[in-house]
Structures are given as structure tokens and as C-alpha cells.
Design a protein around this ligand. Structure first.
Ligand SMILES: Cc1ncc(COP(=O)(O)O)c(C=O)c1O
Length: 452
């Protein structure tokens, strides 16, 4: 199998950087100006993680493409890391948002859209009761609080290398000796996550059974398939075991479908008939307008009433002034009803298959020890010969230097990948031409790397 020559990689990366600098004088000027008032020249420090010496500044985005301030157009396979999985500015969402802008953005009162948005989510995920937030992070935080209150247990359990937003309890990982440690890069943890969290490897049913047996876990918080360390799919039977063990130990099961909404209109839960106690969603459900939601089983919804009194309902640690605002509910209703439809998935899935086949062809042609995994409308390559079975295996195969070269080479050829890993996401507006554009760019970048 072909190995990557590091010297060659560095030479190519330098050439791509020079090409990038040459093509982006306006972005560079804006970045230099922004450096005076924004740390790293960006409104949120994550945005420094793009490949290249500075991020491209966006002039406009529409459908599956965007244009930068230097007049260059890109195929967007990152789609705001799922926030714009609908494509940028889907018409039904835009119309609903425009209408609502004229009728009040936020008034801390319900609108008719709220009930329909909840009904649409209930239909898709099989849970009857819903609450709305501004982000998936908030939805996860509130779901965890509810789980603690309802079970009167202190801990949560997550899978190694999970990501559920900026939720303190989830920034935990496993050391080699099996003890829990703060995840690398964890900034200012409130308490040692070992106090709040148990961690097991994804697909490890024995470890799950052992950790739940302690009887102190309020909830397992899990993506149905890991998507944030590349895609790691569940083994056959894993979800049955997870549900069975959580039920037997009185532990609640929260499935975070924020990314796995790529599996189908009702996420992985809907596609595979899973029966969680709670579901969390966010990002794409508002077509890009800040939105999140969590759904509860009938039993949990009934218990909600007993948790607090009317007098204290606004100070319990669950809520937010702008949560459930009229604008995001209008966006969610329109997006679920008219954009992320079963028909849209029928368009997006074959495109993800096409992307996967294109990348596989290039990998095989160059005999590279890499592998592609797909989940519905999302696909991703790992620098591994076989699909990873857990987060640890997937994380061990990360190659930051190689990723940055490939991402920058894609960007220089008009394709944007998500900066955090090698993921491509399809939107209803993505076309076969867009996908083929990536395949051609990938072929060129890989050929340059391996053909001495
Ligand atoms: C599975 C999952 N849950 C929750 C979140 C948090 O979403 P947000 O940052 O929009 O709150 C993310 C973000 O990537 C995610 O991947």
C-alpha cells in the first residue's frame, strides 16, 4: 500500500498556500482589518481552523454554493457543518422567515408555528412532547438536567470521542488505563469530568453493562452513530443492547440526532425504529436560523409537571429568553414541512453514494490505506484500511497535516469541506456536477501526493 511521503506533503502544502494567498487578496485585507478587533480575525475562534493562513470571507451563499469576496465560487460540501444542510436560503424557509420578520421576531409568547413544528417532530421521531431552544448544545444541556432531576442520579454516560456541543459533562475521554480524563483542549472545565461522567467506547456492550451497573447514571447521551470523529457506525445489535441495558438499569436514553438527521427525515431513530426516552436535534431543522429542540416520551412529559412550581419555572436552569422565539419556530415549521422532506432525502442519498464511489475509486487507483464511510446523505474518509469501530480507533487515525493539505487543495479547486474532519454533506440543492467537481479535485490532490 502507498505511504504518504511527509517531505512531499509539506512541499505540496506550501505550494497550495502560495496559490491560496495569490487568489484571495480581498479576504486577506479583510482578515488583516479584522485582526485589530477580533481575536484571530474571526467572530468565533473555531473559524481559524479552516485550512490556509486565513479563512475566506463570504460575499453570498445560495443553494449548495457560495461566493467569496474575491469573486470565487465554491461547491459547499461543509454546509455550515450541517447548519445549512437544507442548502443556503431554501425558498420555503426564506418565505416563512420573511413573513415572520414583519410580524414580530420574539415576544416570549407562543405562535401557531410552535404547535405545528412540535407535531412535525413528533411524527418523525416518535416522541410526543417537544421543547425548543436556540441550539443543540442548549437542548443537550437541558435534556441532561431533566434526566438528573427525574432519576435523582448524578452522572451521565457518553461514548469516547463524542461531541454534543459545548456541554461540560461531555468533554471527557478515556485514558489508556480506562479512567476518565478531561478531553484534550478542554478550556476551563468547571469540575473534573470524572466527577460527572462515565465514558465507554462506542460498540462496547460489555463496558456499557459494567458502567451502568453502578446505578449512578441518569442518562446515556449518544449519537446513534458517531459523526464527530469521522463516521463510526453501530454494530448490528448495538442499539438493541443499548436500549435493553438502559431500561434494565433505570437509565434514560437520550439520542442526539443533530448530525444523524442525515440518515433520514426522522434521523437514525426514524430510519431504524429506535425507542429513546429523549431525542435532541438542532442545526439544520431551522434551515440555518438558530434552532434546537428536545423531545420527550409520554412518560417523561408526564413527570415534567412534578419537577418545579409555576413560581420557580423561570429560574430552574432550563430555558432562555429567546428560546422558542417566533422566528425560529416559523423557520423550523417551514423547513421540516417543505424542505427536509422524504423527497429531498431521495435526491440527497444518491448524491452521497456518488461522492463515496468517486472517493473510493481514487483511493483504490492509488492503493491508499484509506476508507470511506457513508451514513445517508453524509460521507467521510478515514486514513484507515477498514471502518473504525469506536472513537478511539477513529481518533488514532487522524492526520492533521494531511487533512489540512487535502482541504486546502479542495478549497483552491473550488470545493469546501468541513474543517473538523473529512466530511461531505449533501443538500437538496447539491447536484451531480458538484459531487464530480470534488472527485476531480480529490483525484488531482491525491495524485500529486503519491506520484513522485
Ligand atoms: C451531535 C451534535 N450535537 C450537538 C451539537 C451542538 O450544536 P450547536 O453547536 O449548534 O449547539 C453538535 C455540533 O457539532 C453535534 O455534532
Amino acid at each position: 500500500m502507498t505511504d504518504v511521503d511527509r517531505t512531499r506533503l509539506q512541499t505540496l502544502a506550501a505550494a497550495e498556500t502560495a496559490r491560496f494567498l495569490d487568489a484571495h487578496p480581498r479576504s486577506r485585507a479583510l482578515h488583516n482589518r479584522a485582526l485589530r478587533s477580533l481575536p484571530g480575525g474571526v467572530p468565533m475562534h473555531w473559524m481559524t481552523k479552516w485550512p490556509g493562513p486565513f479563512p475566506v470571507f463570504v460575499e453570498s451563499a445560495r443553494g449548495a454554493r457560495f461566493r467569496d469576496v474575491d469573486g470565487l465560487e465554491y461547491v459547499d460540501l461543509c454546509l455550515g457543518d450541517t447548519g445549512a444542510m437544507t442548502g443556503h436560503g431554501p425558498q420555503p424557509t426564506l418565505e416563512a422567515v420573511r413573513r415572520q420578520l414583519e410580524r414580530g421576531i420574539t415576544h416570549m409568547l407562543p405562535t401557531e408555528d410552535a404547535a405545528e413544528a412540535a407535531e412535525l417532530l413528533a411524527e418523525r421521531f416518535g416522541l410526543p412532547s417537544w421543547q425548543f431552544t436556540l441550539s443543540a448544545t442548549d437542548a443537550n444541556r437541558f435534556a441532561i438536567r431533566l434526566a438528573r432531576a427525574m432519576t435523582r442520579r448524578p452522572r451521565i454516560l457518553v461514548f469516547d470521542y463524542c461531541y454534543h456541543g459545548t456541554v461540560d459533562e461531555t468533554f471527557a475521554t478515556l485514558r489508556d488505563d480506562g479512567t476518565v480524563a478531561p478531553r484534550r483542549g478542554n478550556i476551563g472545565p468547571a469540575v473534573d469530568p470524572a466527577v460527572t461522567t462515565r465514558v465507554v467506547e462506542f460498540n462496547d456492550v460489555d463496558a456499557l453493562e459494567r458502567e451502568l451497573a453502578a446505578g449512578d447514571v441518569a442518562a446515556v447521551l449518544a449519537e446513534p452513530a458517531l459523526t464527530n470523529v469521522g463516521i463510526v457506525l453501530p454494530d448490528p445489535g448495538f442499539h438493541d443492547a443499548l436500549r435493553d441495558l438502559t431500561r434494565r438499569t433505570g437509565t434514560l436514553l437520550i439520542l442526539d440526532e443533530t448530525h444523524t438527521l442525515c440518515a433520514g427525515p426522522g434521523g437514525y431513530t426514524g430510519e431504524h425504529g429506535l425507542r429513546p426516552d429523549m431525542v435532541v436535534v438542532g442545526k439544520a431543522i431551522g434551515g440555518g436560523i438558530p434552532s434546537g429542540a428536545y423531545g420527550l416520551s409520554a412518560e417523561l412529559a408526564g413527570r415534567l409537571e412534578t419537577l418545579t412550581t409555576l413560581e420557580d419555572i423561570d429560574v430552574g436552569g432550563i430555558g432562555g429568553t429567546l428560546a422558542g422565539n417566533a422566528l425560529s419556530l416559523a423557520a423550523i415549521r417551514a423547513t421540516l414541512r417543505d424542505v427536509l422532506t422524504p423527497g429531498a432525502y431521495a435526491t440527497m442519498r444518491p448524491l452521497a453514494e456518488r461522492w463515496t464511489a468517486g472517493v473510493e475509486r481514487v483511493i483504490e487507483a492509488h492503493d491508499l490505506p484509506w476508507h470511506v464511510t457513508r451514513l445517508g446523505t453524509r460521507a467521510e474518509y478515514h486514513f484507515l484500511t477498514a471502518p473504525p469501530r469506536n472513537g478511539r480507533e477513529a481518533a488514532a487515525a487522524t492526520d492533521f497535516e494531511l487533512e489540512r493539505y487535502l482541504h486546502l487543495a479542495m478549497l483552491n479547486r473550488g470545493v469546501l469541506l468541513t474543517p473538523f474532519h473529512n466530511m461531505a454533506l449533501m443538500s437538496p440543492a447539491t447536484t451531480a456536477t458538484d459531487v464530480d467537481c470534488h472527485t476531480a479535485a480529490f483525484e488531482e490532490a491525491v495524485a500529486a501526493l503519491v506520484n513522485a
